[in-house]
Design a protein around this ligand. Sequence first.
Ligand code: ADP
Ligand code: AMP
Length: 218
Amino acid sequence: MEPNYYILLGAPGAGKGTQAAMLVLALGIPHVASGDLFREHLSKGTELGLLAKQYMDEGKLVPDDVTVRMVLDRLAQPDCAKGAILDGFPRTIAQAQALERALSANGQRIKAALYIKVSTEELLRRLGGRYTCKNCGAVYHIVFDPPKQPGVCDKCGGPLYQRADDTPETAKKRLDVYFQQTAPLIEYYRQQGLLREIDGEQPIEAVHAALLKVIRGE
Ligand code: ADP
Ligand code: AMP
């Protein structure tokens, strides 16, 4: 059977990581998040991690060549044989084209680009209250999706922290970068007939249901 590659498109804070974790359970394919891959490299102190940090700290995009290589290496792992839920990648037209080239070389293609639409005001509220697990990367929100015990991950018991790039200043910069460099992908995928739009301002469970409905073509 042809692998199912889904792209989760949307601004920082739209809920891509939250929804991807739920889709993993529903679809049985892995969550591949370029930001998580960079943070893993950073925590291991690899050369790639140190390079990425310079960009991440400023809310800028890591250069396309290293990003593409890292994600394609991840997609070549055996657990992605049935597909993957891509989160945070592609973020530029050049990344999207590189992904297409790599997939089509294997006779594969993207199934759909799922665009989670959220207003800028709401994005800033979400980024400002986001807490991430240091251990497993699970995300929470201090008000909208709090953990059972403050500061402790429900899933693995790991410690929760606020990402350095979620401060108001860097979050705003990341949104600027999103509108300039990533938002053009919405039209790009629309023109290819792959774009599916989802209202991301609903509660987490309702967004999940809407995504599943679109994926299952109901
Ligand atoms: P992204 O991966 O797109 O950057 P996240 O999944 O990390 O976004 O979500 C950003 C923040 O918003 C997190 O704190 C998360 O708990 C919260 N969040 C996600 N989806 C919703 C939602 N539908 N309603 C309210 N808060 C949400
Ligand atoms: P995220 O976890 O998706 O919010 O990403 C955190 C940071 O990692 C971004 O602000 C970028 O610096 C970097 N990053 C993640 N994905 C990409 C990508 N596809 N292209 C370039 N930089 C990325």
